[in-house]
Design a protein around this ligand. Structure first.
Ligand SMILES: *Cc1c(COP(=O)(O)O)cnc(C)c1O
Length: 456
């Protein structure tokens, strides 16, 4: 991501940054929605990093819970031991076994969670005596991670270029459920849904359903295409197709889950849909600890129980006690303070403010999202939806202009097809106030206008 130069980073330090030439700003401290930089500037964090900071930064209760855990025990190996903090986190998240999800597996990052979910799906069919199931279907313009297998099913094309022959081979991709770009002229939402489902069914049949392991999708597509809400009936239709062909449905809620769209599970707003396996991460620890989770449906657990009686997969740092204690503290605050209903309510206000503020920006083609998860997609021409030339880096320029004015937003490029298109994403902490949302939207408008002026 394009970060601004900062004199405080040593020119030839040993840390490998994302860029070998650009130097990110140093953050000295952070509190609530603000980041305090070493050069004295304050940044309003309207994207929570990458939709991570669920309850804002520097929460004293979470900090205390982390200290309390360290003073008890900071590490055990899960082959021989467990800890109360890991047990409590799983029981808290899956209290009442919501939607039949009855087991939680914790690892460190989103990629590890998706990788674990894929291996779990594979083991499920292996134990059912169907070893030919190797193929994974996902969608273009999705993101599922950066490890080899998760990258192989992701649609983030520019990130994959150097790794073209360094992939898990048994994958294919169908169209994203992305109305603004992929609905045909004159097509209704219902017809669009039907066409997408037909395409998915055709793909299952082309590969041979008995060879397919899973269909993997983000209920609300996050970073690559920017907060894309599927058309009504789409996800329920996907569930029905997976049932028809006995294919596992893996929902990746790493960015959109844990309340971000206004319900704990993003799929809960999509009708009759329950995943067989799902993943959460970014908001789970709210940035206080690296932690991700795989939630497993009874249907999958039972096959393992009747078979090998073990998940044949593990990591040294799985269910890490400090990470689990931090995530538990974050999630308890979210529940106690009713922050998910607050997210839904503030999300409606954010939508209104955003639409009003940006209505005269000619480069704003689409504003979309749900809860406190919103994207603005940029176009060169609103009528034709023509994109800016990718070399202009329009979205990154808007992000940089906003950063210069003290606002952090999350840019995305290749929105449309991996190469063309620009968007920015807003995903503030659920604790943000209406005044702070107004300020963020005003600074965003000004930042967009400065880039529009440069082009006209
Ligand atoms: C961020 C993200 C991942 C990868 O998570 P990491 O922690 O960066 O490995 C996977 N899936 C989705 C939907 C994401 O947004």
């Amino acid at each position: 991501m394009g970060s601004l130069g900062n004199a405080h980073v040593e020119a030839d330090g040993c840390l490998l940054h994302r860029s070998l030439v650009e130097k990110p700003a140093i953050v000295d401290s952070a509190e609530g929605v603000n980041l305090y930089l070493s050069d004295g500037r304050t940044i309003l964090d309207a994207c929570g990093g990458a939709a991570v900071a669920l309850i804002g930064h520097g929460n004293q209760e979470v900090n205390q819970a982390i200290i309390d855990q360290i003073q008890k025990v900071s590490y055990v190996h899960t082959q021989s031991y467990t800890t109360q903090s890991a047990e409590d986190l799983a029981n808290f998240l899956l209290q009442g076994r919501p939607h039949g999800l009855e087991k939680a597996f914790f690892v460190g990052s989103g990629s590890e969670a998706v990788e674990s979910a894929l291996k779990l799906a594979r083991q499920y069919y292996f134990e059912r005596g169907q070893p030919d199931r190797l193929h994974i279907v996902s969608r273009r313009q999705c993101y599922h991670g950066n490890t080899v297998a998760t990258m192989s099913i992701s649609g983030n094309l520019s990130r994959k270029v150097p790794f073209a022959n360094f992939c898990y081979p048994n994958t294919s991709q169908v169209s994203p459920a992305y109305s603004y770009r992929y609905m045909l002229p004159g097509e209704t939402q219902t017809q669009f849904t039907r066409r997408l489902l037909q395409e998915l069914e055709d793909e299952f049949l082309r590969v041979g359903p008995a060879n397919v392991l899973a269909f993997v999708a983000e209920p609300v597509a996050g970073a690559v295409a920017g907060c894309v809400i599927p058309p009504p009936g789409y996800l329920a239709g996907v569930r029905a197709l997976c049932d028809k062909y006995d294919i596992l449905l893996i929902l990746d809620e790493i960015m959109c889950g844990v309340g971000r769209t206004g319900s704990f599970f993003a799929f809960e707003q999509e009708g009759d849909v329950v995943p067989d396996i799902m993943t959460v991460a970014k908001g789970l620890g709210g940035g206080y600890s690296p932690i991700s989770g795989v939630f497993v449906h009874r249907k999958v657990v039972n096959v393992l129980k009747q078979g090998s009686k073990a998940f044949n997969h593990g990591h040294t740092y799985q269910a890490h006690p400090i990470s689990c204690a931090a995530a538990l503290a974050v999630q308890k605050i979210v529940r106690r303070d009713n922050l998910i209903p607050r997210c839904a309510e503030m999300g409606k206000r954010l939508e209104n403010i955003l639409r009003a503020e940006l209505k005269d920006c000619w480069s704003v083609g689409d504003i979309r999202g749900r809860g406190l998860f919103w994207a603005v997609e940029f176009v060169k021409d609103r009528d034709t939806k023509e994109t800016f030339c990718p070399s202009l880096h329009f979205g990154i320029r808007v992000q940089q202009a906003a950063f210069e004015r003290g606002l952090a937003i999350y840019p995305g490029v290749g929105t449309v097809d991996g190469y063309r298109g620009d968007h920015i994403l807003l995903a503030p902490p659920f604790t943000i106030t209406e005044d702070q949302l107004r300020l963020a939207c005003r600074v965003l408008r000004i930042s967009i206008e400065t880039q529009e002026v440069l082009l006209s």
